[in-house]
Design a protein around this ligand. Structure first.
Ligand SMILES: [Fe+2]
Length: 188
């Protein structure tokens, strides 16, 4: 049975080891292998966004709730991360830098029970392709809110790089949720 407290403790132990990323990947895979158990431990939030389950200098654990059909701008993290989906679907586009902007180089669709490990300098954007919240555990190998090097995001239309904007990020979750509420329930 999944327990938030045990999961946090296991991740804290893992990040103190030399094989932190792989161990955390295994812990996240184990957690989302029983999605009903995670849903029970993490009730659906009233609002889309991200809830901080743990924050420390070498580890951040977030409970993500993407709004229905939400599309989220490309960004990097400046630290490794592991994503595990326990409800819905997260479509990732991966990008690489070009002299002027970025270009898309790959994609991966993550469904319930899927886990992805993202490298320190990966650039990705995310779409929730279903008409309900997509929910995930995101584990970061550092303080997500104070990255060791400045984080970037890219304008969704022009793909121009700009500094990561946390306030705008929160605003986009709220906007996406408001749009979904205005549209009403769907078959998804
Ligand atoms: Fe991300």
């Amino acid at each position: 049975m999944f327990s938030i407290d045990r999961f946090i403790e296991a991740c804290r132990t893992a990040v103190a080891t030399t094989d932190a990323e792989r161990t955390v990947e295994e812990l996240v895979a184990e957690a989302v292998s029983d999605p009903a158990s995670v849903v029970q431990a993490l009730p659906e939030p009233e609002r889309a966004g991200f809830e901080v389950l743990h924050r420390g200098p070498d580890l951040t654990i977030l409970h993500f709730a993407w709004a229905p059909w939400m599309s989220f701008k490309a960004h990097n993290h400046r630290m490794w991360s592991v994503v595990g989906i326990f409800s819905g679907r997260e479509d990732n586009i991966f990008w690489r830098r070009t002299p002027d902007a970025i270009e898309a180089v790959g994609a991966r669709s993550l469904g319930t029970r899927d886990v992805a490990r993202l490298g320190r300098d990966i650039i990705h954007s995310v779409v929730n392709p279903v008409g309900k919240m997509t929910r995930a555990i995101h584990v970061y190998g550092g303080d997500f809110f104070a990255p060791p090097r400045p984080r970037s995001e890219w304008d969704p239309e022009t793909l121009a790089e700009r500094p990561w904007d946390l306030a705008d990020t929160r605003h986009r979750f709220a906007e996406a949720e408001a749009r979904a509420r205005a549209t009403g329930p769907t078959r998804d």
